[in-house]
Write a protein that binds this ligand. Sequence first.
Ligand code: NAP
Length: 492
Amino acid sequence: MQQFLNIVNGETLANGSGRWIDSEDPFTGKVWSQIPQGTTQDAEAAIAAAFDAGSSGPWASMTPTVRGKLLHRLADLIERDAEKLATLEVRDNGKLRAEMLGQVRYLPEYYRYFGGLADKIEGGVLPSDKPDMFTYTRHEPLGVVVCITPWNSPLLLLTWKLAALLAAGNTAVIKPSEFTSASTLAFVALFKEAGFPNGVVNTVTGYGHEIGAALTEHPKVAKVAFTGGDATGKAVYQAAAKGMKHVSLELGGKSPNIIFDDANLDDAVKGAISGIFAASGQSCIAGSRLLVQRSIYKEVAQRVTEFAATAQLGNPMDEATQVGPITTRPQRQKVLEYIAVAKDEGATCLLGGKVPDRADLADGWFVEPTIFGDVTNAMRIAQEEVFGPVLSIIPFEDEEDAIRIANDTIYGLAAGIWTGSIRRAFKMSNALRAGTVWVNTYRAVSFMAPFGGYKQSGLGRENGQDAIYEFLQTKCVWINLAEGVPNPFVLR
Ligand code: NAP
């Protein structure tokens, strides 16, 4: 049994509560590791360490160029340990090793990108209508940033926050998901080796309603950078408002993946599959609503169903496996409940719809790749995030109809368009209310590309150059060059 410990102020923190949270391997269903059930005292210690590191000491006085070099060193260490970190993620969340290794091997690019940006954040000297004044701006760090992450891609989603916030000169306290903390704790151990001063990056594991809430409400915290479900995101938003904290919220989605009759159907079918069955549908950007033009609806539904039926379910560690288990036992239950809801609502189950009947998968939390036809956009299965391998296929008539259906949701995280027409690609991209639109591709992300939600999919953007300003505040400095102070009773 492996046990992982928190890191606070550069040192591992003894498990003060003496209580451990078990982490179960989603493929075997057995406990494989434990993490501390953190306490409010642990949260207090982590915030104190982050606050002190950001207010005095080497990090507070470090030049952005040196900060950037540390981020580059960290990137080298991630590269060295990628296999180990990816393996921890697979044990915790059951996603394919091929996917997690790809993600971890890509992380260094984020740290190098934002490391390079650290010393390119320039304030400005302002033109002035007041000739006796010299006025300039500075971009200053916010302070302590709490990063709260979900279980589906722990290190990738942490990195989307951490690389930018550190480049901007902030410090961090991380609360990973109770289900998948191991890789985060192993990763944060690398900061000391990379040469980061103590206290710059700290962790507190535990339950969201205890530790997450304590961190969010703490008066010394300047910002909460959150990724998770929309209900939790709203609770975090409300708690943060009490202390007037900055927030960024990366929440759920019900993304439309839209196939027109002029699309290359071989590509579009693969795009539909990758949109929903990759990562067993446990992806915020899952293309869970497949909108298909009515003239090709039958053909596409049949081809997607036949393709999905060939997906190899199995051990996520095996290279041949294409669909792994659901990450947590309660999440599998939720997915099965949504399948029942879809059947009750009158959707036609074209594929799957149950736990696979295979002895070699019996210990894991599998759900068969599931496809529903005859779905209307008003059904719960088309409106609510399932976060599992469940696809709803919805017919549409023309561009206007596709836009109407696609935008008819509280969410707005991502959308896909499959078409051979450049005119249509532009028109649809402009009309869709989503933070990311893919044309003739799906599920692409990059450190260079801003990511975030419209509507209830969230607030703020991660990645891309502008993301660093989410962790900076602008100060304007006025220097009076005139002799004497004029009339003190009027605004200057
Ligand atoms: P979740 O239940 O909302 O949990 C997210 C994180 O919040 C976890 O660390 C959780 O801790 C913590 N938490 C729970 N209650 C809290 C509270 N009262 N105060 C502060 N923190 C609290 O989400 P999840 O089930 O882990 O992840 C799946 C969701 O994440 C899906 O909705 C998915 O769409 C979304 N997601 C969004 C993006 C994006 O970039 N937009 C990316 C990936 C996932 P515990 O684990 O201990 O409960």
